[in-house]
Structure formats: C-alpha cells, structure tokens
Write a protein that binds this ligand. Structure first.
Ligand code: ADP
Ligand code: MG
Length: 398
C-alpha cells in the first residue's frame, strides 16, 4: 500500500517531528569535526520544504553507538551548528541528556513557524532501541505530526521511528520516498533486461538478496569474495580465496535454481591473485581455473570486468550490491571501479545498495552518474531481500 508523503499533509503552524539520519562520521580526535556531511545535506529537501510550509520543525537523530547513555563524544551539538550554516538560519539545539524532558519542552514552546530545532542523540536513552512506549509517548508529546526521513534505520523498530509513527499522523520524507519509489519500482516493475551484480565478502550475508532477485532478474553477475564459494561448488580450485565451506551446497543449489528459472548466472572468468590481503605485494592476473593452491584471489580480473560491463551496457535496470574485490586497497580496486564505470555509462536505471558499495562508487567518482545510491546499508539490503521495513510499514497509508 502506498504511504503518505509530504504532499499529502498540511504542515502550517504544526509542530512536526522529523526523524532524520544525521549519523555522520566524526573526527576521531574528539574535535567535533564532521568528516562527511552528505547525510545532513541529504535531509535538506525535506527540512526546507517543511520550513517553506510554515512548520515548526523538530529534528531527531541518532549518532554513533553511545550504548543507551549520554556521552559527550556522541553529542549532536556539532551537527546543530553545521546545519545552522547550511540553512543560513540558527537551529535551536534543544539538548538534554534525557533527550526529552520539561526543559526541552519549554525550549521548544518558543520555536516559531518556519524555524528548526534539533533534539539530542536519541540513543542517549536505552529506551530508543527497545521502542519503549513511554519514551515514544514523551517524544510524541512534542509534536503534532511525524515525518520519517531516515532510511538507514527503517529496518529497525525504534521509538524515534516506529514508536512515533504509531502515535502521530505520519508520512515519508523526500529521501525515504525516493528510496522506496526507485528501489520499489526496480523490484516490482523493472525496465528490462534487469541485471543484478552481487559481490562483497560473504555468501551468507547475501542469501536473502540472491533468492529474492532470482525470481525477478534476467541476469545475475557474481564477483567479490563470495564468488569463490560458488566457483568451489563447481569443482574449481580456489587456493586460499575466501570460502564458506558450509555454504558450498547452497551455492550449488542457487546455481541450479538459476538454470531452472532461466536466469543467466555469470561467475568470474579471471582473478587478481596475491599471497594475502595486504597492499604492495606482487599481484598477478590468472584465469579462474588457474589459481595456485597457495594464492588467494582478491579482485575480478580484466576479462571478467569486460564481461560484466558488456552485460550491463544495454540493461534497463541494474541493481548492484557488494564490491568485486578488496576495493579498500588500490591493488584490488580495479574490478570494482570498472563495474562502477559500467553503471555510470548504462542508460538504464542504476541502483547501488549497501554501505561499502556506496562508498566504492563515491571513491570511484561516479556517484552523480548513478540513478540512485541508497543511503541505507542494512536497510537497502533488507529492501532488496523483499522484506517489509518496519519504519516504512508504520507510516500512515494514503
Ligand atoms: P556492502 O556493504 O556493499 O553490502 P559487503 O559488506 O558485503 O558490501 O562487502 C564488502 C567487503 O567485501 C569489503 O570490505 C571487501 O574488502 C570485501 N571483499 C570483496 N571481495 C573480496 C575478496 N575477493 N576477498 C576478500 N574480501 C573481499
Ligand atoms: Mg558492508
């Protein structure tokens, strides 16, 4: 069922609680320096819209893992001041170690229409992750309406998303709306051919995604660490490459299912081998059936990159999750970058899900040429698994 969006609500003079994802990387030195403000900027379309509509905007977010108690290192104070400069308007930082209390309520009472306030890190309270009804009730008392614009936590039922949505009239913010529309269409009604590229470290992390996509796609390309369990299941020597012994049978079965469903399932043709996962070693490109028993393959080779790029070239829809190699190291990043380039050049709808995949695309410099790079690592995976995300399910239906 379609969920309400900002366009379905009247915000004038309303106190609007907005769950945003301001979980930004902070400098390790405790200076409060924000290393990457992409997530804050991603929330601006929703915040600006609400300001223009004359709402009293009250933002909630978590930051890091403060273990359910107050911790100066995880204060949202630096975010409040950075947001003030982005908006060109002072943001009221209504901070309390309790997140919500009488003092906070008093401060918010002075908030004018068209202005913005930010509460303290919701994870300063252990009740947040437990979706505690009393904590949710205290938060809900601060507002009239609720907007969920934090896709990254939609796969979790917490007080600041599911709790609030169950207590107040609610809708999706612009960011979550886009996530749901683009990825939802790819899964329900994709332009064809529909190609999925899956990689990353482990088969076990991606079983749900592979199984769900097997019923929807025309082609699946497998790279990354998990490719070697598939190759092993076909009787190949994979040396000391990443292997999940207990997933070999499953891998063989998934390949069989693909054949039965008429899904083209492509595995690497070549790999980049080395002694260990480390930079600055001697590396070599070998055919995939030529991996020596004492070497590991840490990236797809150029022939595979070409094969995958060819498969992506005329795709109507491409979903990519999981790097093709150990892209964190330059020696093993070429395969991942080649796939990122292929997506950038594909005229179809291109979607990247997964935290490491998103950062690989960014690192490769192709982020702007991809239709949609999901802002939620775990949430995008669960979406691609076909799961219902509680943070979205709890929002009012249209
Ligand atoms: P995402 O976050 O996009 O879902 P994953 O977390 O599943 O992706 O996988 C990313 C990790 O997989 C990276 O840290 C990368 O180094 C690792 N990886 C990719 N290919 C290999 C490989 N051949 N051997 C070992 N690790 C790999
Ligand atoms: Mg990851």
């Amino acid at each position: 069922m379609a969920k309400k969006t900002l366009d379905d609500m009247n915000f004038k003079n309303q106190r609007v609680l907005v769950r945003v994802d301001f979980n930004v990387p902070m400098a390790k030195d405790g200076s409060g320096k924000i290393m990457d403000d992409a997530r804050i900027r991603a929330a601006l379309p929703t915040i600006n819209y609400l300001m223009d509509q004359g709402a009293k905007v009250i933002l909630l977010s978590h930051l890091g893992r403060p273990k359910g108690e107050p911790s100066e290192a995880f204060s949202l104070a630096p975010v409040a001041s950075h947001l003030s400069s982005l908006l060109g308007q002072e943001v009221l930082f209504a901070a309390s170690d309790r997140v919500v209390d009488d003092e906070v309520a008093k401060k918010l009472a002075g908030l004018e229409a068209g202005h913005v306030a930010l509460l303290q890190n919701t994870r300063f309270r252990a009740e947040e992750k437990k979706n505690d009804p009393d904590f949710a009730k205290d938060l809900a008392a601060l507002g009239d309406l609720f907007v969920n614009d934090a896709f990254g936590t939609c796969h979790r039922a917490h007080a600041s998303n599911v709790g609030l949505a169950s207590l107040l009239p609610s809708c999706l913010g612009r960011l979550v709306q886009k996530e749901v529309e683009v990825m939802g269409k790819a899964l329900d009604n994709p332009a064809r051919p529909f190609v999925a590229i899956l990689g990353g470290a482990k088969v076990s992390d991606k079983i749900g995604v592979i199984e769900n996509l097997l019923d929807k796609v025309d082609t699946i390309l497998i790279g990354g660490g998990m490719a070697y369990t598939f190759l092993k299941s076909q009787g190949l020597e994979i040396g000391t490459s990443l292997l999940e012994e207990d997933k070999i049978d499953l891998a063989r079965d998934l390949l069989k299912q693909a054949r039965e469903k008429g899904v083209q399932f492509l595995l690497p043709l070549d790999g980049v081998i080395a002694d260990q996962v480390a930079e600055g070693q001697e590396t070599k490109v070998v055919k995939i059936d030529q991996i020596p028993s004492d070497k590991m393959s840490l990236d797809i080779g150029p022939e595979t990159a070409k094969l995958f790029a060819e498969a992506v070239k005329d795709a109507g829809t491409v979903v990519w999750n999981g790097p093709m190699g150990v892209f964190e190291m330059e020696d093993f990043a070429q395969g991942t970058f080649a796939v990122a380039k292929a997506l950038a050049e594909c005229p179809g709808v291109t979607i990247v899900g997964g935290g490491d995949s998103a950062s690989a695309v960014e690192k490769a410099g192709y982020k702007d040429k991809i239709t949609h790079v999901s802002t939620g690592g775990g949430a995008s995976l669960e979406f691609l698994e076909g799961k219902v995300l509680p943070g979205i399910a709890a929002i009012s239906d249209r």
